[in-house]
Design a protein around this ligand. Structure first.
Ligand code: COA
Length: 327
């Protein structure tokens, strides 16, 4: 069990207004509602306006957090934005968020671990607070995946959507909620899920689909269902808590079949998972905070609950985290 001094004290979320349903996609590419539901479980996604970017989504998610928890973010001393779809290469999304929210004295960094971003961000925030370097950190997982999606590619455009979730992580002597974590990366498999930027070669191999997300869905699927169940056990091994004692499992909402397979392999009841994919699709770094926010709004997550979060995706990277809910 890690000796943490950090606690999540507030959660907020935001998704754009515009919906993209499976029926809409039927009119755009050669696909159909039944195929998408059967293979992914996704019914619709939200799509940002042309002039709405990841920093705008972050700000709305934080405003939602402030409203719901009556919190101030004026004294935040670090902003970590977890995203693979930043507005710019520089300035960082975090710096834009600092300016838009008018936070006077804060560090600001972006963290890119794709769909594992949010759990990586929480791990880093816990480390910074527990070490005494920071006192109050905003961790935001937000994406505008629609801006890097090729809407002619039926193998990817059915999956991704836009949205964001934010949490406040604060110093707490008595009420630490971070119990354990486990991180990993397999860059050797990076070519199975990528979006090109300045280079169109990876590990010596040339790539296609410049500027858009490209994936080998089957390979990602295989890697995820093999890696995550083992990773979940690695998170728990560092504690005296068993999988049976977990109240809620929040896996990255990549697709329902991956979640079903992870639960089956781990012998974990799927009814105890929280997901955001049916209504929002795969929002990469945003799926876990969106699912957490939904679980809280629906009154499912309660004080004292043990929650296992597990992010996985591009990198290929993964990160799991065990929390005790203390709010
Ligand atoms: N609509 C209809 N048919 C489609 C389709 C679509 N949107 N996309 C692919 N197909 C077709 C394929 O062309 C193929 O046809 P063929 O048999 O005639 O060649 C058939 O459906 C099966 O394709 P396949 O790629 O083997 O399907 P799959 O069962 O692997 O499902 C994914 C595809 C993408 C849903 C699945 O691989 C997946 O979910 N992978 C993980 C992706 C993911 O989560 N990525 C993000 C991780 S963070």
């Amino acid at each position: 069990m890690i000796c943490s001094k950090a606690q999540i004290t507030a959660v907020g979320a935001y998704v754009p207004e515009k919906r993209l349903t499976n029926e809409d996609l039927e009119r755009m590419v050669d696909t159909n509602n039944e195929w998408i539901i059967k293979r992914t479980g996704i019914k619709e996604r939200r799509i940002a306006d042309e002039q709405e970017f990841t920093s705008d989504i972050c700000v709305k998610a934080v405003e939602n957090l402030i409203k719901k928890y009556d919190k101030s973010v004026h004294d935040v001393d670090m902003i970590i934005v977890c995203t693979m779809t930043p507005d710019f290469k520089t300035p960082s999304v975090a710096a834009l968020v600092q300016a838009k929210l008018g936070i006077p004295h804060t560090g600001a960094i972006d963290l890119n671990a794709a769909c594992a971003g949010f759990t990586y961000g929480l791990h880093v925030a816990n480390g910074l607070i527990t070490s005494g370097l920071n006192k109050k950190i905003l961790v935001i997982g937000a994406e505008t995946m629609s801006k890097i999606t090729d809407f002619n590619d039926r193998t990817t455009c059915i999956l991704f959507g836009d949205g964001g979730g934010a949490v406040l992580v604060e110093y707490s002597e008595q009420k630490s909620g971070f119990l354990s974590s486990h991180l990993g990366s397999k860059g050797e498999l990076g070519k199975n899920l990528y979006c090109t930027n300045l280079s169109d070669r990876i590990n010596g191999e040339s790539l296609t689909g410049l500027g858009n997300i490209v994936q080998n869905g089957r390979e990602v699927y295989k890697w995820a269902v093999n890696t995550v169940p083992k990773g979940m056990l690695s998170v728990l091994e560092k504690t005296d808590i068993s999988l049976q004692e977990i109240d809620w499992f929040i896996p990255h909402s990549a697709n329902l079949r991956i979640i079903e397979s992870i639960c089956e392999r781990s012998e974990f009841p799927i009814e105890k998972t929280l997901k955001s994919l049916v209504e929002y699709g795969n929002t990469s770094a945003a799926t876990i905070p969106l699912a957490l926010d939904k679980g809280l709004t629906e009154g499912k997550v309660k004080q004292g609950d043990k929650i296992l979060l597990y992010g996985f995706g591009g990198g290929l990277s993964h990160a799991g985290l065990l929390l005790e809910w203390t709010v």
